[in-house]
Design a protein around this ligand. Structure first.
Ligand SMILES: Cc1ncc(COP(=O)(O)O)c(C=O)c1O
Length: 461
């Protein structure tokens, strides 16, 4: 089981910079009392993050009620692409709510009309249909259903196999989790779908073989006939790194799907809306999928997700056969439109591309300085990670990754708890409006935290 951040009042070294402000005890006694009330009434599964009660969040900062301010490298799990608490988004939400129009089920509303038109205008020409949903897992479940439906209609019952990747993550519902490639997460499912199979992800670190032959060889060793594959799904980059496939691999995968009439789906729930310095992550690979999933950064705020794809795929279901109660909620659509508008007007995709190399350079230099415990430091645009390992190996070191994040928290830099294979990844994903100066400062905090965490480890050994 993952660790809980302790509710122990700890005196922090005061911090006062343009981006961080801390003093006193963290958490203080009031925070401890409130979190204890929460813990008494809520499932344990919600306890995994550093103990700060978010009072407000603006731009690249998160504040508590006691005068503390963190520089945020989490974007609240890659949601606030346009920045936290954007006034324009809040105003769009208020305007829509005060019409009032709070919901309209699948009856059309103007905001849904505007949003789907806007999204289509941002996607490659062939991907001209959108289905709006609420959560990332809902969108990947929908993609699973569409891929299977397509396969079976094209090739009969046998064309039902879904190929996914080891170490992938697509959400926590039953289909999404089975497509996911982390065994631990699906231990609760007794009858795993035998027609969802996994192949190694060519990250170049844990899987050094980045040739496309590995994909074909693995399918063959699993006894999968290529013609029986309905679809292949991959996160555009795997969240556990972030790990990217080489461009040649993506192109071979696209060609393979075409050859075998299998759909190619990218899960862009993390990568979409500018995170990688491109509107869509798949632009990095120079390939166009048949469909892709979005979520998280769609509105930089309220829950909204979607599946976007080719008409032939998106129209597989007839009227009222593929719906969800909160699809296209007018307030969520307003928030998404406002967020997209900010990303466009403030050129935040370009900003991610411009500031990304600064993040990259810093992470590489931290990795070089602590090469015995940082195995890999991938980053593209404004998503990066430090893969913390046990000395001289590729084995994840969850404890050390956790210590680094905890120390950063006590220094005014906010990141979510470690993720990824064995919980060894310190993931970095600031809002896309971040400046070079703030990235430099945050990385300096990480450098200090790694130094202190490794020194403390050495003292214990
Ligand atoms: C790539 C990817 N797909 C799907 C999901 C699931 O999204 P949600 O938590 O909104 O259901 C996530 C969430 O982290 C994700 O990173």
């Amino acid at each position: 089981m993952a660790k809980e951040f302790p509710l122990i009042a700890t005196e922090v070294e005061p911090v006062l910079t343009k981006f961080r402000k801390l003093s006193g005890q963290l958490p203080n006694s009031e925070t401890i009392e409130q979190i204890e009330q929460l813990r008494a009434a809520e499932s344990v599964s919600m306890r995994g993050q550093p103990p700060v009660i978010w009072e407000r969040a603006e731009g690249v900062n998160v504040y508590d009620a006691y005068g503390n301010m963190w520089l945020d490298f989490s974007s609240g799990v890659l949601v606030t692409n346009a920045g936290h608490g954007r006034k324009e988004i809040a105003e769009a939400i208020i305007k829509q709510a005060s019409k009032p129009l709070l919901t309209s089920y699948c009856f059309p509303n103007q905001q849904r009309i505007d949003l789907v038109k806007k999204v289509v205008s941002l996607t490659p020409e062939s991907l001209n249909k959108v289905f709006v949903l609420s959560t990332g897992a809902e969108s990947t479940e929908c993609a699973l259903k569409l891929m299977r439906t397509y396969g079976r209609r094209k090739g009969g019952d046998d064309k039902s196999v879904i190929v996914s990747f080891e170490n992938s993550f697509h959400g926590r519902t039953v289909g999404a989790q089975q497509m996911g490639g982390m065994a631990g997460g699906k231990a609760w499912i007794k009858n795993l779908d035998p027609e969802i199979v996994h192949v190694p992800f060519p990250d170049g670190f844990r899987c050094e073989d980045t040739s496309f032959e590995l994909f074909e060889r693995t399918l063959s060793s699993l006894g999968v006939e290529p013609g029986n594959v309905a679809g292949v799904i991959s996160e555009t980059y795997q969240g556990v790194g972030p790990n990217f496939m080489p461009k040649h691999y993506a192109k071979d995968l696209r060609a393979w799907c075409d050859k075998h009439d299998a759909l190619l789906c990218f899960d862009e729930v993390q990568a979409g809306f500018g995170r990688c310095g491109t509107w869509w992550g798949f632009e990095l690979y120079d390939v166009v999928p048949d469909l892709f999933c979005v979520g998280k950064g769609f509105s930089s705020s309220l829950p909204i997700s979607g599946v976007i794809g080719r008409q032939e795929v998106m129209d597989l279901y007839g009227p009222n056969e593929m719906t969800s109660t909160h699809s296209g909620n007018p307030i969520c659509c307003s928030a998404a439109l406002a967020s997209i508008d900010i990303i466009e007007c403030e050129k935040l995709v370009e900003n991610a591309a411009k500031v990304g190399p600064v993040l990259h350079k810093n992470l590489q230099s931290i990795k070089d300085e602590f090469s015995d415990v940082i195995g890999f430091a991938p980053s593209v645009g404004l998503v990066g990670g430090l893969l913390i390992v046990k000395k001289g190996s590729k084995e994840p070191d969850y404890e050390l990754a956790w210590d680094v994040i905890n120390l950063c928290f006590h220094k005014g830099l906010l990141m979510f708890a470690p993720v990824g294979v064995g919980g060894g990844c310190v993931k970095i994903a600031p809002p896309l409006c971040i400046t070079t100066e703030a990235v430099e400062e945050g990385c300096q905090v990480i450098r200090e935290a790694v130094k202190e965490a490794t020194a403390s480890r050495s003292r214990k050994e």
